[in-house]
Design a protein around this ligand. Structure first.
Ligand code: PEP
Ligand code: MN
Length: 448
C-alpha cells in the first residue's frame, strides 16, 4: 500500500483531535496498548467481512446497534445482558421480515470515544472542554473531569475487554430462552392508544416466529445448538487514532494490517475528510470499514471515499451508513446512491435513521421521534428499491433499559416523560420497547 503505515495518519489534518497536555503519559499509555493482547482476532474479522459481502449481495441483512456513548459505569452484567437480549430479539424479528439471516453487530466493547460539535461547553460563566467519551475525559462538569487523561485509554481497553468477555460467554449458549417469543413481554403493546390492528400484527409476528423456531428445534439437536450459539460482532467509531493505531497489528496468517480493537470500525460524519487523518488511517486496514454519510456529502466525494478506502473493491470491505434525517433523505440520498451505482463499486448500504433526526426540546433535552426514525428507514428502503440497489442493514442507538430519551412508540413517551429516566451521556437512544417495536415495524415493512 502506497506509503501507508499505522502512523502515517500523523502527517494529515486531524479533525476532532484530542489535545493531551501530558504527552509523556500519552506515550506511555500508547506503548502499553501496543503490548496488550488484541481484543478481537483477524479470523473473526475475515469471517465478518465474508458475511458483509453476502449482505452487499442481498443475501443477509445487518443489524447494528447500541449506545451512542458506551460508559465505563455501565460496564455491568445486567446492562450488557439486556443489550444483547434486545439485539437478539430484534434480529429474530428481522429474520422473520427479511427472510434472510441477520448479522448482529453491537456498538459496544469500545464505543467510548465521541466526536462533538463544539469543543467546549459553557454553563453560566464557566467554560470547560466538552465531554469526548470515557476514552478521553469524564462527563461531570468540573475542570478535573474534563481534562483529557491518557490513562483513560487503558481503562477503555480494559472495560472493552471485560465487556467482550461477558458477551462471548453469553453468546456461547446463555440465550436459549430469548429464542422463545412466547415468553417475550409484549404486554406494553396493550397500552391505551396503540391501535388494535397494529397490536394484532405484532402479536401475530411473534406467534409465527415462535412456531418457526419450534419447528427448527424439532428438526434436531444440531439446529438447537446452532440456535443457542449466536454470533455478535463488535463495532465502534474509530475516532481516537492513538488508541486505534496502538491496537493495529500485522497477522502472520494474512498479509496486511488489522485494527484488533474491534471487528468493524466506522468513520464518523465529522472526521471523514478525504485528505484527513481518519481516512488515511483506515485506508490501510483489512477490517471492513463504515463511513457515516450525512446530507452535506456530495455524491462525488462519497465515490472518492469508497475508492480511497477500498482501492481493490474487495467484497465485504466497504459500508456506507447514511444518516440524512427524515425531512432530507428524499432529496439528499438518491444522487448519492446513483453516483455510487454508476461507479460500479461494491458497498453495503446501511441506514442510520437516528443521527439526522435529533431535535432539542424547549426544556433542553436532545431527543428523537420514533415516527421520524421509522420514516427515514422506510424512505431509505423505498429509494434503494426504486434505484435498483439494496438496503443491506440498519444502525440504531438503543439500549435494553427502560430509559425515556426518544419520543413516541407504543409506550407513548411524551416530552413531559423525558426527565423520568434520561440516562444517556450523549445522544438519545430507543429504549427496550421502542427498539423491539421498531424491529416489528421494519419487519412488517420488509414483508410487503
Ligand atoms: C454516532 O454514531 O454517535 C455519531 C456521532 O454519528 P455521526 O458521525 O453520524 O454524527
Ligand atoms: Mn450518537
Amino acid at each position: 500500500m502506497n506509503d501507508w503505515s499505522p502512523e502515517s495518519w500523523k502527517t494529515k489534518a486531524h479533525a476532532q483531535e484530542v489535545k493531551y497536555e501530558d504527552t509523556a503519559a500519552l506515550d506511555a499509555a500508547v506503548a502499553r496498548l501496543r503490548e496488550l493482547p488484541p481484543l478481537v482476532t483477524s479470523w473473526e474479522i475475515e469471517k465478518l467481512k465474508g458475511l458483509l459481502a453476502d449482505a452487499q449481495l442481498g443475501k443477509r441483512f445487518l443489524l447494528q446497534g447500541g449506545d451512542c456513548a458506551e460508559t465505563v459505569a455501565d460496564c455491568r452484567s445486567s446492562v450488557i445482558a439486556s443489550k444483547l437480549k434486545i439485539l437478539l430479539q430484534m434480529s429474530l424479528v428481522l429474520v422473520h421480515g427479511a427472510h434472510k439471516p441477520v448479522i448482529r453487530v453491537g456498538r459496544f466493547a469500545g464505543q467510548y470515544a465521541k466526536p462533538r460539535s463544539k469543543a467546549t461547553e459553557t454553563k453560566g460563566d464557566v467554560e470547560l472542554p466538552s465531554y469526548f467519551g470515557d476514552l478521553v475525559n469524564r462527563p461531570e462538569f468540573t475542570a478535573q473531569a474534563r481534562r483529557a487523561d491518557p490513562n483513560l485509554l487503558l481503562s477503555g481497553y480494559q472495560h472493552a475487554a471485560l465487556t467482550l468477555n461477558f458477551i462471548r460467554s453469553l453468546s456461547a449458549g446463555g440465550f436459549a430462552d430469548v429464542h422463545h417469543p412466547e415468553y417475550w413481554d409484549l404486554s406494553f403493546f396493550k397500552t391505551a392508544g396503540v391501535p388494535e390492528a397494529l397490536r394484532e400484527q405484532y402479536e401475530q409476528t411473534a406467534r409465527r416466529l415462535a412456531d418457526a423456531l419450534r419447528f427448527m428445534e424439532a428438526l434436531g439437536e444440531r439446529t438447537v445448538e446452532d440456535l443457542t450459539r449466536v454470533d455478535f460482532f463488535t463495532s465502534h467509531e474509530g475516532l481516537n487514532l492513538p488508541y486505534e493505531s496502538a491496537q493495529t497489528r500485522t497477522v502472520p496468517q494474512w498479509a496486511g494490517w488489522y485494527d484488533l480493537s474491534t471487528h468493524f470500525p466506522w468513520i464518523g460524519e465529522r472526521t471523514r475528510a478525504l485528505d484527513g487523518a481518519h481516512v488515511e488511517f483506515f485506508r490501510g486496514l483489512k477490517n471492513p470499514v463504515g463511513v457515516k454519510i450525512g446530507p452535506q456529502a456530495s455524491p462525488d466525494e462519497v465515490v472518492r471515499l469508497v475508492e480511497t478506502l477500498n482501492p481493490t473493491d474487495e467484497p465485504g470491505k466497504m459500508a456506507l451508513i447514511t444518516r440524512m434525517g427524515s425531512a432530507r433523505v428524499g432529496t439528499a440520498l438518491p444522487p448519492i446512491i446513483e453516483a455510487v451505482k454508476r461507479s460500479g463499486r461494491r458497498v453495503l448500504w446501511i441506514s442510520d435513521p437516528m443521527h439526522g433526526n435529533t431535535v432539542q426540546t424547549s426544556s433542553g433535552f436532545k431527543t428523537r421521534n420514533f415516527d421520524h426514525v421509522l420514516h427515514e428507514v422506510e424512505q431509505t428502503f423505498e429509494m434503494h428499491d426504486a434505484l435498483g440497489t439494496n438496503l443491506g442493514g440498519v444502525h440504531f442507538e438503543l439500549t435494553g433499559e427502560d430509559v425515556t430519551e426518544c419520543l413516541g412508540g407504543a409506550a407513548g413517551i411524551t416530552e413531559k416523560d423525558l426527565d423520568r429516566n434520561y440516562a444517556s451521556v450523549c445522544d438519545p437512544r430507543l429504549n427496550y420497547r421502542q427498539a423491539l417495536e421498531m424491529s416489528f415495524r421494519i419487519a412488517r415493512w420488509m414483508e410487503r
